[in-house]
Design a protein around this ligand. Sequence first.
Ligand SMILES: *Cc1c(COP(=O)(O)O)cnc(C)c1O
Length: 220
Amino acid sequence: MTESVEQLAAVRDAIARAAGSQPPATLVAVSKTYDAEAILPVLEAGQRVFGENRVQEAMAKFPALRERFPDIELHLIGPLQSNKAAEAVAVFDVIETVDREKIAKALAVEMAKQGRTPRLYVQVNIGEEPQKAGIAPAEAVAFVARCRDVHGLTIEGLMCIPPAEDEPGPHFDRLADLARAAGLDRLSMGMSGDYETAIAHGATSVRVGSAIFGARPKPV
Ligand SMILES: *Cc1c(COP(=O)(O)O)cnc(C)c1O
């Protein structure tokens, strides 16, 4: 059996265990940097939800895979530039990285134009790191409200990537608090190193790449 398929099964088991009596978190298999050939066995093993962090890379790989597996659900988990909004709306089913006014506006325009309504998450820069994307925690609740009231967008939940050097638990709790304050109940948090912790702190979806596909050749 392909190694990624064994690892997929192990991750699924761990997610089920971490859930306890709760509904299990959705597994977003992060396939960035892996080509279609590497993704195929994971599709054949039944995985349908995938995450990519670049619009161009997703457009190069997924249309062909979707011909064979029309029920793929593709998530954008990397930063979005407003000049890529049209392509993002066309190719993604979920956009997890709405983090500023300009993007909210560009997505609203494209969704109206294309008649497509990808589900949306607001990304929060939970550790307030200067180099990281995401809206500041202090502005997150108001931003969710503006997405709805000004741009007519339905926001499904919040997403975050805690600082690599910190204990993730307190950051996950803070994201859950912000979601509650914003009236949202979906939380995209947790990656290969901390998805079980994230589930214990309320994650409803986890984004897991290297624990399934193996270490990526270069950090992305
Ligand atoms: C790459 C990436 C992941 C997956 O990371 P792993 O550590 O390989 O599981 C999750 N979320 C985002 C936003 C990413 O860019």
